[in-house]
Design a protein around this ligand. Structure first.
Ligand code: ZN
Length: 133
C-alpha cells in the first residue's frame, strides 16, 4: 500500500472540491472569475493542488484552439475543470500552465483562525484516502 500526500492550504479563503472537501487552491491565486466552463461560470487559477490531470488534447474554444488536460480531484475523482498546456493564439498565451476550475464543482471556504499561517502538508495513507470517498 503506497502513501500519498495531501496539502492543506491556508489563505484568506480556500477553494475546495464541492463533492469531498479536498483543498484545491487559495483565493489569492484566482486570476479571473470571468471564464466560462462546461457547466457555466469558471475561475482561472494560478495553481492547484491535490489533483491529477488526464491526457493532453486539442480543443477548439471560443477564444481559439488550445491544448488542454482535464483536471480531476485526487480524492473523489470528480472532473473539476482543465489545465491549459498550450494556446495557439498569441493573445491567449497567458493561460498556459494555468487552471480552470468550474464553479459548479467547487466551493469557497473561509479559513478559520486555526488554519492561518503556512500551508502544511500531511501524509495520508492511500488506504485512508480511498476510505473517505
Ligand atoms: Zn473531491
Amino acid at each position: 500500500m503506497g502513501r500519498a500526500f495531501r496539502i492543506y492550504l491556508a489563505g484568506e479563503s480556500v477553494l475546495i472540491c464541492r463533492q469531498c472537501g479536498n483543498h484545491l487552491a487559495v483565493s489569492e491565486g484566482v486570476m479571473s472569475k470571468q471564464f466560462t466552463g462546461q457547466h457555466g461560470r469558471a475561475l482561472l487559477v494560478q495553481q492547484v493542488v491535490n489533483t491529477y490531470t488526464g491526457d493532453a488534447e486539442d480543443r477548439d474554444m471560443r477564444t481559439g484552439r488550445h491544448t488542454v488536460r482535464d483536471v480531476f480531484c485526487r480524492v473523489c475523482h470528480t472532473t473539476l475543470g482543465w489545465k491549459y498546456d498550450f494556446a495557439f493564439e498569441h493573445d491567449q498565451k497567458y493561460k498556459e500552465g494555468k487552471f480552470i476550475l468550474e464553479r459548479e464543482m467547487i466551493t469557497e471556504k473561509p479559513e478559520s483562525k486555526r488554519d492561518l499561517g503556512r500551508p502544511r502538508i500531511e501524509e495520508v495513507p492511500v488506504r485512508e484516502l480511498l476510505a473517505r470517498v
